[in-house]
Structure formats: C-alpha cells, structure tokens
Design a protein around this ligand. Sequence first.
Ligand SMILES: O=C(O)CCC(=O)C(=O)O
Length: 295
Amino acid sequence: MTKALAVADDVIVDGLNITERVAEIEDRGFTIVEDFITPQEVARIRHAFDSEVHITEMRAIGTKTGRTWRAHNLLAKTRAVDYLFLDSRIRALVEGVLGKYTQINVTTLFNVLPGETRQFLHQDDGLWPIKRPHPHFVCNALIALDDFDIENGATHIVPYSHKWYDRPVEQDIETLRVVMRSGTMLMWEGGLWHGGGANTSKDRERLGFFMSHNVAYLRPQEIQLLSVPREVVREMPEKLQRLLGYHRFGLGVDGRDPVDVLQDGIVIHPTAKLAEHHRADPQPTDSQRSQHSTR
Ligand SMILES: O=C(O)CCC(=O)C(=O)O
C-alpha cells in the first residue's frame, strides 16, 4: 500500500524522501536509490525479459561493436514492468522534477555484453531543439538488474553538468562511475552528461531497465500512441493509459476525453451537427455549452 507522509514539510512516499531526492536531482543532476526493487522483482523482470521481449537493436548509440542488446518499446512486448511506471515513488520523483504534466518517453531494456566499448557522453534531452537553459523536460531512470561495477561498464556521469548551459558535452572530462547493486535505481535530469561504460569483463553481462519520462506537452521520443497497440492499452489501468499519451490536453478528441475515445473509437463528438442545423438554431445547446466549458 502506498503511504505518502509529510514530515517537517518533506514529502515521503513509501519510505522514500521525495523532497530530498528531487532537491538532489535539481542540485547535482542525479540521485541513486538503493534497493529500489527487491531481488524477487529483479528475478521476475529478468525472466520476462528473457522469455517475452524481442530485441531489435544490437548496438548502443556511439559504439560499433554490436555488443549491446537493446530492446525498445517494452510496453508493447511485456506486462512485466507496467507496475514500475505506476510506482508511487517513481511518479512522485518524476513529477517533482518535471511538474504535473508527465508522460512516458522511452522504455528500453539494454544488456551490455563483454567486449562492449565505452559509449560517448551525451545528454538525453538533446534531441529536442530547445535552447538551454530551459525548464527540466526529461527525467530518466535506470534500474540495475545485474550489479553494475567498473569492470562490466558501470554508467559514467558528470555531476552538475546539467547546469553547464553554455558548454557542449566534453568527452575527455573526468566522470563518476555509478557502481550499483542489482535492484538499485539511478535517476537523472535529462541534461546530465552521461554514457555507458566499456564492459571489460570476461563473461559478465550488464542488464539494465531504462525508463524515460518527458513533459506531456512535448512529443515523446518513442511515439507511444502508435507504439503500443490500442487493444493492449485498453486493458491497462487508466493511469498508465494517461501516461502513454491518452491524457486530456487542450481540445482532446473533438472535445472528448482521449481515454473515452480509446475505449469506443468515436472521434466525432456525438453532439456535432452539420452547419444547416446550427443555422436553423444558432443558440448553443446545453451539451455544447458544457463541451466548451471543459476545454
Ligand atoms: O549503459 C548505460 O549505463 C547508459 C546507457 C545510455 O545512456 C544510453 O544508451 O543512452
């Protein structure tokens, strides 16, 4: 059961101090939450990834080896991680960083295999051509399913770099390696310089689950409204449907709530009438009045 408490003005959700964590992300660009998921959850997710998830890409961005497996669009492929997008701590942290209009941007499984080289440092919010400084609009999380250590390529990050607005990413800068046990979550602000490390181990993989959110008023990188089939989305909890982009925004669908349209497919408002009807009766009807007032 979710517990949200306010202790001395701090918001605590399921034992995690959200206020402190969001402040940490704002300040140095990232936070690390140990034991975010249990070994049993790791085992369940690993099993689902092994048995259900088709892998599409064999290369990490910026490497040429083919030694990273990446599977995108996870919510079309498995139900094993739905609950993590609904996790109250994730929701509170993401909303703490991005504000209340959030949506799912990217869902990826990646497995960095022995022999993979180091990825170049990059910023995840660099895809959108928005001049810095700008309000935070991307917030990412990476959950370690294997232990991440120096040998198998623990992620490189550059603390505070999300605030270096006028500097392009420098590749030869000193980095911090995020060594973390399986079950730990790293969360960062989209402007933080980071990249996967080289896996120099002989035989140890590095499996991670990446969940990216962005603000709901910018296009997500994976176009969720197309990526996850509607018959799959219809069966999801409403909160997840909203996070996939079926959120009410401006006009909705001809004035209708996108979640209602998702269910019944009716894209023309039932009260819509041809012009001749409106000419004959120029007074708006009550239902048209209420339709306008919901915008
Ligand atoms: O491998 C990692 O730890 C990070 C991966 C990453 O940043 C990416 O693939 O864009």
